[in-house]
Design a protein around this ligand. Structure first.
Ligand code: RP5
Length: 168
């Protein structure tokens, strides 16, 4: 279980509780790789001071990367990136009205100098953000590197074992 009292390696934040339906997939992927993380709601608009506090203390608290999911006017990842030197991985949550295109464009169109690594809208983006965070950690952590290699090998083996799409 990676949501733990152990030192968190990754911060997993989202703009609203309603984003959990998407961001739980990032949490599940981090857990599968045995990467420790902390998770919480931090809203750029509803709790701006909490956002500042979270971002400004993130590095000294030992985080190595932050995965931030938000929908609509999705300013959370960009604001975090403006306040911390840590890598920020943005996940556009699929919004009800504009299907997540608003989230995607809000997150991806950062000005030069303040990068946010932006992923696909919805579940795929959440899973891939977790895998990308793992790849960042793997550079300096052999345990994560092995977990990531094992994940890749198992994924490939599953496809090879079940090539017929009509039969499991
Ligand atoms: C954003 O507004 C959140 O990230 C969420 O995706 C969206 C809607 O939030 P709720 O109204 O569901 O709380 O800040």
């Amino acid at each position: 279980m990676s949501q733990t009292l152990l030192q968190a390696q990754v911060g997993l934040v989202m703009g609203s509780r309603s984003d959990w339906e998407t961001m739980c997939h990032a949490a599940a992927q981090l857990e599968a790789l045995d990467i420790t993380f902390e998770r919480e709601v931090v809203s750029a608009h509803r709790t701006p001071e909490r956002l500042f506090e979270y971002a400004r203390t993130a590095r000294e608290r030992g985080l190595k990367a932050i995965i931030a999911g938000a929908g609509g006017a999705a300013h959370l990842p960009g604001m975090l990136a403006s306040l911390t030197p840590l890598p920020v991985l943005g996940v556009p949550v699929q919004s009800r009205v504009l299907n997540g295109m608003d989230s995607l464009l809000s997150i991806v169109q950062m000005p030069a100098g303040v990068p946010v690594a932006t992923f696909a809208i919805g579940r795929a983006g959440a899973v891939n953000a977790a895998l990308f965070a793992a790849a960042l950690l793997a550079a300096g952590d052999a345990r994560v590197r092995e977990a990531l290699d094992a994940f890749r090998a198992a994924q490939t083996a599953r496809v090879r074992a079940h090539p017929d799409p009509a039969h499991s």
